[in-house]
Design a binder for this molecule. Structure first.
Ligand SMILES: Nc1ncnc2c1ncn2[C@@H]1O[C@H](COP(=O)(O)OP(=O)(O)OP(=O)(O)O)[C@@H](O)[C@H]1O
Length: 254
């Protein structure tokens, strides 16, 4: 069996005043669609930043694709769409094509030439998120949810093996959340992209994901989504600070 794509081994992290993560171990295997769930301030964004190598754990070790993260050379294999990407300056004068092509510029370095077939690659990435019809539109004319898809295309154009998304449904209205998840599920299923998604809204857990990790400074549960129903009330309270009702397979938690 291949090494996990992300293997977090007993890490802890403290900001100057605040203990954010304690003794976290978590594996993300190829093909997983993992949702990390937890209340505000439970350490979700901190955990993502550690996965991305943006901050170093105070204790513990991370392996990426079987290599100690200190020696890992293929950061382009891990795509990231940050929480802030959809609170984007709406006056920004760029077309969708330019924004997505920016994901390639990042890969080849600012002073390198764009690959010859960059337009084909941009189009493919936009098709993958169902936004190819918008290629010549200005990014500022799009809705929050449409912009979010464009930022996912921008990450996809660099052909990552894992895509990490920090609260991607913020700014997407309720009716469109389901189709947004369908799009992510098809990236996972049809394009074989491993997905790690963070959200603090338990309702966004749908039947599309494969795994769940419940975080609140420590991991209270990690496993197949269907096993989450076996979590005791006591554990749920410890995780979320109050009782969270069971997650139903088609419609999320209630
Ligand atoms: N840059 C920072 N400096 C100091 N403390 C921080 C910093 N960033 C986060 N924290 C603290 O670390 C803890 C975890 O924060 P984190 O942002 O990882 O949580 P989160 O689960 O992503 O929260 P939210 O759902 O509100 O986005 C919180 O107590 C927070 O106040």
């Amino acid at each position: 069996m291949n090494a996990p794509l992300i293997n977090i081994q007993d890490i802890s992290f403290e900001y100057e005043q605040t203990k954010a993560l304690e003794n976290i171990s978590l594996k993300v295997e190829e093909g997983d669609f993992l949702a990390i769930l937890g209340p505000n301030g439970s350490g979700k964004s901190t955990l993502l930043k550690i996965m991305l190598g943006l901050i170093k754990p105070t204790k513990g070790k991370i392996e990426l694709f079987g290599t100690d993260s200190k020696n890992f050379k293929h950061r382009e294999w891990i795509g990231y769409v940050s929480q802030k990407s959809n609170s984007f300056n709406s006056g920004f004068p760029a077309t969708v094509e330019e924004v997505v092509a920016g994901g390639l510029a990042k890969k080849s370095g600012l002073f390198h030439r764009m690959p010859k077939n960059y337009k084909v690659q941009v189009k493919e990435a936009l098709e993958a998120v169902g936004m190819d019809a918008f290629i010549h539109r200005s990014i500022s004319e799009l809705s929050g949810g449409q912009q979010q898809r464009i930022f996912i295309a921008r990450a996809l154009v660099a052909k990552p093996k894992v895509l990490i998304l920090d609260e991607p449904t913020v700014g997407i209205d309720h009716q469109n959340v389901q189709s947004f998840y369908n799009m992510l599920a098809s990236l996972n299923r049809d394009k074989n992209i491993t997905l790690v998604l963070v959200t603090h809204d338990v309702d966004t857990v749908t039947d599309k994901i494969t795994h769940v990790a419940c975080l609140n400074q420590t991991i209270h549960f990690h496993g197949y989504k269907d096993q989450l129903d076996t979590m005791s009330d006591e554990k749920r309270k410890a995780w979320y600070g109050h009782s969270v009702r069971k997650i139903h397979h088609a419609g999320g938690a209630h």
